[in-house]
Write a protein that binds this ligand. Structure first.
Ligand SMILES: Cc1cc2nc3c(=O)[nH]c(=O)nc-3n(C[C@H](O)[C@H](O)[C@H](O)COP(=O)(O)O)c2cc1C
Ligand code: SF4
Length: 680
């Protein structure tokens, strides 16, 4: 058991609300809403954190209070009365497991687009475009101001009626602080100018909310105490506003941040991804806590328990946000309580979760396929009725996950890996020093396999004879893929792949042409390593933007590297062929858009065209299996065991997962493994 004196496990009194420990999940919009309502998926996602021991889960992220705050990333419709019963179901579910529950309300202001939701014009104090969402906002008129203030109060009342323990108003980067920040409020009427006038709108919102919900209801503010936009608030301005807020008695807590979110670059300073600083604002938040009597909350890449404990023990925070950490492991707090900290599934900072709300409309954790799929995917794997022998071939992310889940089911599991190490393509990805934290995906699983007594055999090349000799009941082929080359008219033998670069087998110098016909991390990461090495790099892609599969937050460090190295980026073009030209190479560049061709004389051509399955073993074993490799997709979707019998004399069930099936990503491989193995 953890020591009773663990500061993280002390309770905290927030007004009348007793929180059972110091760890919370800050508001984040995972985009699971259906028609703006937090239906079952949303509720179960938060209930899992409550079951997992969190003190308070702050729901939504930017639930919108008005129709003219069009949802830009799947936001909840707090302006709609229909939300109240859904909120009630969610708060009941969370409270049942002993956690407190709040919701973040906002008007997104210019931080959204006009072409979603009800197609109403986007609103701001001044018509200054926000780079991230690109809308040019309407300058708010008197009737907008009155209307929106009332909308905040209405939404707050709905949340109170739905059983929320409190609300948090999102100030930074949205409509709220756009009024008080001189960088975004350039009005010359009564709503702009000096601080007194710039504070009018936010103050009227707080007063209207307070008047509606009463003095006892908890109302907090998530706020930049210092801004990094040109002409924005400096720290003295921010602390001055905070002092006024404190004196007014209008708010009950402050959730501290610093920076700006008007573009993705600034956003990654506020929400750092892997390879960026850990806990970058913790000392700043501690400084704010020393300057106020309001309880201070804060979240920004505090992804390990030791740092969280330090934040509380050293009095930097009252409540510590571990938001992505609990997306990766919603049972994090219980594991601390039970002294099983070493078993916490680590957040590796990949920020696949956040990137996907814009790129694909739902947050998913790169390596926890159960998160947000609580209705069908277990976070705690139940044991199987009977133990079977499972042989997994390949110790990449898919194979390791298959072995882990099989081990949790109580099966007798053997993993065969040809290399002397585990990890597959993740190990390659970590060759980029900036992405080294990804190894947590592998290391956590290896530690779990050891605990579960799984027999992992390295340096073991599996052929059909070896697999059959192990007398398996189930064989999982997770052998991954190998790079495939793009279709070239000539010169396939003259190019190297991103894997060669990542693995260190090829170190291109001089003029390097990188033909990225894949748009994923493998390409950008290899290109980043080339750019950083000092080579003169051009990236050519047939797409209309480069790195098309990589989300906005993950794009930032790549773009920074290419910018600093003056990398030339050529979109809408393809390498069609490569020839030798004396001691160099000559690449011919074409396009899908015209017959135009151009030439480049270079020293190296590197390509990325995804992978092709490495599935020889699978095909060798097919005839020996009972199912001939077939997957019953209906059973897979319904959560029933696989029972296809296409070859009754066969001696085992055979399945392949991950890139051994088709070129995809880490999440796909892990999801393949979890959903198949949980029913075997
Ligand atoms: C998927 C996702 C959506 C988010 N949406 C919001 C949001 O709507 N409002 C907000 O204030 N913060 C939002 N955040 C930021 C988080 O509240 C938190 O500040 C951030 O993840 C840093 O904390 P962490 O490192 O503990 O994850 C979001 C984060 C994620 C991962
Ligand atoms: S996707 Fe990455 S950053 Fe997001 S929770 Fe999972 S491990 Fe953490």
């Amino acid at each position: 058991m953890a020591e009773m004196s663990d500061p993280l496990l002390e309770s905290f009194q927030l007004k009348h609300l007793t929180l059972r420990n110091r760890i919370f999940s800050s508001s984040h919009e995972p985009a699971y809403a259906e028609a703006g309502m937090p239906t079952d998926r949303y509720r179960l996602y938060h209930e899992e954190k409550a079951k997992g021991g969190v003190a308070m889960t702050m729901t939504a992220g930017s639930a919108v209070v008005a129709e003219d705050s069009p949802p830009s990333f799947g936001n909840l419709h707090a302006y709609d009365d229909a939300i109240v019963p859904w909120i009630r179901r969610m708060t009941d579910g969370i409270h049942e497991h002993g956690a407190a529950c709040m919701i973040q309300l906002t008007h997104l202001g210019r931080r959204t687009g006009w072409s979603s939701g009800d197609w109403l014009p986007v609103l701001a104090p001044s018509p200054i475009r926000e780079p991230a969402h690109r809308s040019i906002p309407k300058e708010a008129e008197d009737w907008d101001i009155e209307r929106v203030i009332a909308k905040y109060a209405d939404a707050a009342e709905r949340m109170q009626a739905g059983g929320m323990d409190g609300i948090e108003l999102q100030s930074y980067g949205h409509l709220f602080d756009a009024w008080w920040s001189p960088g975004t409020n350039q009005r010359t009427d009564d709503w702009g100018g000096d601080l007194e006038h710039r504070l009018r709108f936010p103050w009227m919102v707080l007063e209207a909310v307070r008047a509606r919900v009463g003095v006892d209801f908890i109302v907090g503010l998530r706020m930049f105490v210092e801004e990094s936009i040109p002409g924005g608030l400096d720290v003295d301005d921010g602390l001055g506003i905070l002092g006024r807020l404190e004196a007014s008695g209008l708010i009950d807590f402050i959730n501290v941040a610093r920076g700006s979110i008007h573009n993705d670059v600034e956003l990654t300073d506020v929400i750092p991804i892997h390879g960026m600083a850990s806990a970058p604002m913790l000392d700043f938040a501690g400084m704010v806590r020393a300057a106020t009597t309001l309880p201070v909350l804060h979240a920004a890449k505090i992804d390990d328990v030791a740092t969280a404990r330090h934040a509380i023990r050293d009095g930097k925070l009252d409540l510590v946000g571990m938001t992505r950490a609990q997306i990766a492991d919603p049972h994090l707090v219980n594991k601390i309580i039970e002294g099983r900290e070493d078993r916490i599934r680590p957040c590796v900072g990949a920020t696949y979760c956040l990137d996907r709300i814009y790129e694909a409309g739902e947050a998913l954790c790169l390596h926890n396929a159960a998160t947000s799929r609580e209705a069908t995917m277990p976070h705690v794997i139940p044991p199987a009725d009977e133990s079977r022998r499972v042989v997994v071939v390949g110790a990449g992310p898919g194979g390791l996950e298959a072995a882990r889940v099989a081990g949790e089911r109580g099966h007798d599991v053997i993993v065969l890996e040809a290399m002397p190490w585990a990890g597959g393509q993740i190990r390659l990805a970590t060759r980029n020093p900036r992405r080294v934290d990804l190894i947590g995906i592998v290391d956590w699983r290896l530690a779990e396999l050891e605990r579960l007594g799984v027999d992992v055999r390295f340096d073991t090349f599996a052929d059909a004879g070896l697999v059959a000799s192990l007398s398996p009941d189930v064989v999982i082929i997770a052998t991954g893929g190998l790079p495939q080359l793009p279709d070239l008219e000539s010169g396939s033998d003259l190019v190297a792949t991103s894997w060669d670069v990542l693995g260190g087998d090829v170190r291109p110098t001089g003029h390097v042409l990188f033909y990225d016909d894949n748009g994923t991390h493998s390409a950008l990461s290899a290109a980043e390593m080339i750019a950083r090495s000092g080579a003169d790099l051009e990236i050519v892609t047939p797409e209309r933007m480069f790195g098309i599969e990589v989300g906005g937050m993950n794009h930032v460090p790549y773009a920074r590297a290419f910018n600093e190295a003056e990398t030339r980026i050529s979109i809408n073009q393809r390498v069609v062929g490569v020839r030798r030209a004396e001691d160099r190479l000559r690449a011919e560049i074409g396009s899908d858009h015209s017959d135009h061709r151009s030439l480049r004389n270079v020293d190296h051509v590197i390509v990325d065209h995804g992978t092709q399955p490495m599935a020889d073993l699978y095909f060798d074993l097919k005839a020996m299996s009972t199912n001939l490799g077939a997957v019953d997709y209906g059973a897979l979707m319904d959560g029933r065991p696989q029972a296809l019998e296409r070859n009754p004399p066969g001696s085992f069930q055979l399945f392949r997962i991950g890139d051994a099936v088709a070129s995809r990503n880490i999440h796909a491989a892990i999801y393949d493994a979890l959903r198949l193995m949980k029913d075997l």
